[in-house]
Write a protein that binds this ligand. Structure first.
Ligand SMILES: O=C(O)CCC(=O)C(=O)O
Ligand SMILES: [Fe+2]
Length: 436
C-alpha cells in the first residue's frame, strides 16, 4: 500500500521524490466507519477512548480484534492513533514526572543539558535512556507506569511479542522552536544519502521494526507545542529521502495537524509518519512528553559475536592487504564482515553523533585505522573506548592505550573506560535534524 514510486526498481533516489505524489497519498480520508473500536476522528487522527478499549481488550478475542484494527490504522490508515486517558491514574504519571524533573535538574547541575540530535542547546531538555534511569531510581514508579495495558496492547498489535521498550523524555521549554518534519528510527536516523543506499524493500521494512509513542506528562494545549503530524504520510514510500527536502518540509509546515492532549493521553504512530515536536509559544509551561520507542524482537542477530576482538585480530591482515595493493572496496568488504557497522544501540548521553544523526561505528573506526595505518594498540584502545561509551552504565577506568591488545578486556565485556577526549562536550548539539 505504498504509492509515489516511479523509480528504477530496487532502489529509491532523492531526486525522484515528487511532492505531488505525497499530496496524493495524504489526500486519503480517515473514515470512522472503518474503525469500529475508535470513538472519533479528529483532523484525520483516530481517537480511542481508553476506558472503553480496556473493556474490549479484556478477553483474548477482543484483544486480537482490537490489535488487528490498531495495526491496520498504523499501516494502511492514518498512521497515528491517540488513546485518550491511556493512563487513568494521574498519580502514576505525576510520580514519573517528578522523577524525570529530578533527572533533568541533575543533568543541568552536572554542567548543562545533554546534547540532542534534534534541538539547539537550551530549547529543550532531553533525557536519553529515561527507561533505565527511571527503573533504577524508582522501580515502584516504573512498575506502575509500564504496567499500562493500553501501551502493552498497542505494542503487541504492531510488533508482536518480545518487544523491547526504550524511552526518551522530551521537554520543550517555553519559547522552544518547532522541529522540522522527520521520520523516526531506523531509517529516519540516516541522512538522505545514507538512506538511499538501502534497497527499496528495506524502506518498506523499517517501519515494521519499531513503534513510536508519546505519553503526555503535562496538559498539551496547542500553544505548548504538542507533536505535529501528517496523517497517512507513512504510506509515501520514498519518504525517508523526501522528509529532509525543503519543498516537503514546507508542505508539512503548512498542512500538519496538531492535536491538543491532556495529561495521561498517549499517541502512537508509525515511525514512517512525517511528524515533529511543535513550538512552545507559552512563557511558563514546560511541555513534557515521554517518547516511547519500542523495537521489534527481530532487530538482532542469532549469535553473539565479539566483533571488537575480531577487529583487533584482523587489523594486521587488513594492513597487509592494503600494502599489497588490494582495492579499498575489498578491504571494506572484509571490514563489513568483521566489525559492527551500525551505530545503535548506544548511550546517547556519551556517544553523540558529531555531524549527522548517528554516532561513529566500529567499522568506521577500523576503516580509519587501516587507511591511516594506526598502531594496533591505538585501534584496541579506540575500540575499547567505543565499547565503553556505548554502555548504559559506563565503568570508570580508561583502558591504557599502552597495553597490548591481548591485555585489553574483552570488548564483549567492555573495558573500564571514561569517554575519550574526542567526545563532543555535553550540551553541544551534534549537527543533525533541526531543533525542537
Ligand atoms: O516531543 C515531541 O513532540 C516529538 C519529538 C520527536 O519526534 C523526536 O524527537 O523525534
Ligand atoms: Fe520524532
Amino acid at each position: 500500500m505504498t504509492k509515489g514510486v516511479r523509480l528504477a526498481p530496487g532502489y529509491l533516489a532523492g531526486d525522484d521524490c515528487r511532492l505531488a505524489d505525497l499530496i496524493d497519498v495524504v489526500g486519503e480520508q480517515t473514515d470512522l466507519a472503518d474503525y469500529p473500536h475508535a470513538g472519533a476522528v479528529e483532523r484525520g487522527v483516530l481517537i480511542y477512548d481508553s476506558g472503553r478499549l480496556r473493556k474490549e481488550i479484556s478477553g483474548a478475542d477482543g484483544r486480537r480484534e482490537v490489535g488487528a484494527e490498531l495495526a491496520r490504522a498504523l499501516e494502511d490508515g492514518p498512521g497515528i492513533v491517540v488513546f485518550a486517558g491511556a493512563f487513568s491514574d494521574p498519580g502514576v504519571v505525576d510520580r514519573a514526572t517528578e522523577q524525570f524533573e529530578a533527572i533533568i535538574a541533575g543533568q543541568r547541575a552536572a554542567g548543562g543539558a545533554a546534547g540532542d540530535h534534534f534541538a539547539k542547546s537550551g530549547q529543550n531538555d532531553r533525557i536519553w535512556n529515561a527507561l533505565e534511569k527511571l527503573a533504577l531510581r524508582a522501580p515502584g514508579v516504573f512498575a506502575a507506569y509500564y504496567a499500562n495495558d493500553i501501551v502493552a496492547a498497542v505494542c503487541h498489535a504492531w510488533l508482536g511479542t518480545g518487544y523491547q521498550v526504550t524511552s526518551q523524555v522530551n521537554v520543550v521549554n517555553p519559547g522552544g522552536a518547532a522541529q522540522t518534519a522527520h521520520r523516526d528510527y531506523h531509517l529516519g536516523f540516516q541522512s538522505g544519502a545514507q538512506a538511499a543506499r538501502f534497497p527499496a524493500h528495506v524502506h518498506r521494512l523499517s517501519p515494521a521494526l519499531t513503534l513510536q509513542g508519546a505519553v503526555a506528562h503535562t496538559d498539551m494545549p496547542a500553544e505548548t507545542g504538542p507533536t505535529m503530524y501528517l496523517p497517512h504520510s507513512q504510506k509515501y514510500l520514498p519518504g525517508y529521502l523526501a522528509s529532509q527536502r525543503p519543498e516537503f518540509s514546507e508542505y508539512f509546515e503548512a498542512n500538519h495537524v496538531q492535536l491538543p492532549l491532556s495529561q495521561g493521553d498517549a499517541a502512537f504512530f508509525n515511525p514512517a509518519l512525517f511528524h515533529a515536536a511543535g513550538a512552545n509559544r507559552t512563557t511558563g509551561v514546560h511541555r513534557m512528553a515521554n517518547l516511547l520507542q519500542v523495537s521489534s524482537a527481530f532487530g538482532r542477530a542469532m549469535e553473539a559475536v565479539d566483533r571488537a576482538s575480531m577487529s583487533v585480530a584482523l587489523f594486521p591482515a587488513l594492513l597487509a592487504m592494503r600494502d599489497a595493493g588490494a582495492p579499498p572496496a575489498m578491504i571494506a568488504n572484509a571490514i563489513a564482515a568483521c566489525a559492527e557497522g551500525y551505530a545503535f544501540p548506544t548511550n546517547l548521553d556519551l556517544d553523540q553523533p558529531v555531524d549527522g544523526l548517528a554516532p561513529m561505528t566500529q567499522a568506521e573506526i577500523l576503516g580509519q585505522a587501516v587507511a591511516d595505518g594506526w598502531p594496533q594498540r591505538r585501534l584496541a584502545a579506540e575500540l575499547g573506548a567505543w565499547s565503553a561509551r556505548r554502555q548504559s552504565e559506563p565503568t570508570q577506568a580508561q583502558p591504557s592505550p599502552g597495553q597490548p591488545p591481548q591485555a585489553q578486556p574483552s570488548p564483549g565485556q567492555p573495558p573500564q573506560g571514561q569517554p575519550p577526549q574526542s567526545q563532543p562536550p555535553q550540551g553541544q548539539p551534534p549537527q543533525g535534524r533541526a531543533a525542537s
